[in-house]
Design a protein around this ligand. Structure first.
Ligand SMILES: [Mn+2]
Length: 427
């Protein structure tokens, strides 16, 4: 029994923050669904299983409808059925769709938030027990596993389908727990909701798989994205295989600028790191077209204070063609340090020394009561900015002590750099 496992397809959406020159249709989640259907047919799976949020939202239904119906028809032609549960995004629309004549080969399990159990029989003779629960409305603040005591046939492999905010107690999105899922005698739980892939495969208990969104949709959805092909046989642990499917991969990449002293060296270091990362990503993913990177620049460099100005005009050049895919820089975070040695500075006297001591404390998180008061004042200022009218249109700052410490550290490093530059000029 071969099953293609997916969740959070979010048809109607597409990968965001990709430059306009890329083909929009290749970035859409509907196109990922089309590729998924191809994959299911090529691999002759018996069933496609979907753990919720197949469609992005009710108002995206018209955009999603055509590709959904075409995909289901292709699957049905190949003798493949699609069984799904609804998530918080498609709780309404999927129920309506399942009851329509367009839904050939499509089955929605566990409607109205009631667990449903059914046996899937493949045309090739295998059987699979499937247990599923669908969102009854957008929010469901309880654990959907509560009170679930399924009576399962012990001689059939069993697959569970659930859209759930796993291990997030207090979440309004049907939070269940790893412990709860593990305690039930299933072979495999296919879950959805978090778009980040997760696989828990211990020696005993069910395998828990969140395949993640098949098409990565925003820079927060880092790493490879795709679907899984599973083979489920009675009495055996599921055999699972990952298949990449996303044309876009978002990544966060740290570039160490230690020892970089010139603009040329800066450009060379970034390009070399990007190129290495792109080559690796292409090697394990043959679907990839765009590698969108958030760069974190770290390390101690004499360029520290100049980086902002140097990088602004450089950004367009940081688009690299690979063999099939292209790497680009979506965002840059400057976390470098000035070349000065804090410990040596801290031992001397004067404003740079005082500042250096503060920075050491901030970095090591060994704060004096003075330092703590200073962080408190920064935090108050940040809260003040959040509450002030001129900044109302901007996203709010995270005004907690941790964020305030980071702001103080970054600004302190810049200030130290400026103080030292003044000293050099004065000397
Ligand atoms: Mn969801």
């Amino acid at each position: 029994m071969k099953v293609l496992l997916t969740a959070d397809v979010h048809m109607g959406r597409r990968s965001s923050r990709i430059p306009a020159r890329f083909d929009r249709s290749r970035l859409s989640c509907a196109d990922a669904w089309r590729r998924m259907v191809d994959l299911a047919v090529e691999n002759r799976v018996d069933l496609v299983a979907v753990a919720g949020d197949l469609i992005d939202r009710d108002n995206r239904y018209f955009e999603a409808f055509g590709p959904l119906v075409r995909g289901l028809a292709r699957l049905a032609e190949a003798g493949i059925e699609t069984w799904a549960v609804a998530g918080n995004h498609d709780h309404e629309v999927l129920g309506a769709f399942a009851g329509s004549s367009a839904a050939g080969g499509f089955r929605l399990l566990g409607q109205s938030g009631r667990w449903e159990q059914a046996v899937f029989h493949s045309p090739t003779g295998g059987a699979l027990q499937v247990l599923g629960w669908s969102f009854p409305r957008e929010r469901f603040p309880d654990d959907p596993l509560e009170g679930l005591t399924p009576s399962l046939a012990p001689d059939l492999p069993t697959l569970g389908l659930l859209h759930t905010d796993l291990d997030q107690s207090g979440s309004p999105y049907a939070a269940s727990t790893t412990a709860g899922l593990s305690s039930l005698p299933l072979d495999l739980w296919l879950i959805g909701h978090a778009h980040r892939p997760l696989r828990i495969d211990r020696e005993t208990g069910p395998v828990i798989l969140n395949p993640g969104s098949p098409q990565a949709m925003d820079p927060g959805e880092t790493g490879p994205h795709g679907v899984w092909l599973a083979e489920l046989l009675p009495g055996l642990r599921p055999r699972m295989e990952y298949a990449p499917l996303s044309t876009v991969r978002y990544d966060s990449l740290t570039v160490n600028l230690e020892g970089v002293e010139t603009e040329e060296a800066l450009r060379a270091r970034i390009i070399s790191d990007l190129r290495t990362h792109l080559a690796r990503a292409e090697a394990d993913d043959d679907v990839l077209e765009v590698l969108s990177c958030r760069l974190r620049l770290t390390g101690r460099t004499r360029l520290h204070r100049l980086l902002g100005a140097m990088l602004a005009p450089m950004r367009q050049d940081l688009e690299l063609p690979g063999v099939r895919a292209e790497a680009l820089v979506e965002d840059l975070a400057l976390e470098t340090r000035p070349a000065a040695d804090l410990e040596t500075l801290a031992g001397s006297s004067g404003p740079p020394a005082t500042l250096a001591r503060l920075l050491i404390n901030l970095e090591k998180d060994t704060l004096s009561s003075d330092d703590e008061r200073l962080i408190e004042r920064v935090r108050d200022k940040m809260a003040e900015i959040n509450g002030s009218k001129p900044y109302a249109a901007l996203p709010a700052l995270e005004a907690d002590p941790g964020a305030a410490r980071l702001v103080l550290l970054r600004q302190g490093l810049l200030l130290l750099d400026a103080l030292l530059a003044q000293k050099e000029e004065g000397a």
